[in-house]
Design a protein around this ligand. Structure first.
Ligand SMILES: [Fe+2]
Ligand SMILES: [Fe+2]
Length: 197
């Protein structure tokens, strides 16, 4: 366990209990998936332990942190400040917890909305966060994401983004541009859309 991992594990004690338990389940899931997919397990655990460091903050506090960091928020971020708890955690993890690995920081940044050009580690964290046992909640569409994650992280990520799109339509929610970009890229890579000739 490196220093950053130790600091992040210690920080769990200051989090609401339910959130800390979620983070530990994601760390276990990320570690397990990393082993399955040959991804760096230390990096996967570190990303998982840091991913929700700001998740306990209110929308008002997240907007304040965004202003302090000079974060360029999208209209959807401003409407749903909770979406910023990923990207806003990056400078805090770097400066206060000594997390310096760009891939790990990128994974934390992308875990709320996803985005185009995600690495395998970043896809793995995104999926691990959504399929940890309590979050799966017996929803068939999310159970399918979990099944896909055993063999194909891209397919699992695409399936989850599809769930998000359906949910957004049903509930009248906006979709973050990064989510749309991630999904379009995965569709193109899967050969389901082709660029215009
Ligand atoms: Fe989160
Ligand atoms: Fe999470």
């Amino acid at each position: 366990m490196n220093d950053a991992e130790e600091l992040l594990r210690a920080a769990l004690a200051k989090m609401p209990q339910g959130l800390a338990e979620h983070v530990l389940r994601v760390a276990d899931e990320a570690d397990r998936l990393a082993k399955v997919h040959g991804v760096d397990r230390d990096a996967a655990r570190l990303a998982a332990l840091g991913h929700d460091i700001l998740r306990g903050h209110s929308a008002e506090r997240l907007l304040q942190i965004a202003a302090e960091q000079g974060f360029v928020a999208d209209d959807v971020d401003l409407a749903e400040p909770i979406l910023m708890h990923g990207p806003l955690a990056v400078p805090i993890l770097r400066e206060q917890y000594g997390v310096l690995d760009a891939d790990v920081l990128g994974a934390v940044a992308a875990h709320t909305t996803a985005r185009a050009r995600m690495t395998r580690l970043q896809k793995l964290l995104f999926v691990a966060d959504k399929i940890e046992p309590h979050k799966m909640g017996g929803r068939p569409a999310v159970i399918r994401v979990g099944d896909l994650a055993e063999t194909d992280l891209d397919a699992a990520l695409l399936a989850y983004l599809d769930v998000q799109v359906v949910q957004a339509l049903e509930r009248g929610w906006p979709l973050h541009p990064n989510t749309i970009a991630a999904r379009n890229e995965l569709l193109a890579e899967a050969g389901r859309i082709a660029p215009p000739k």
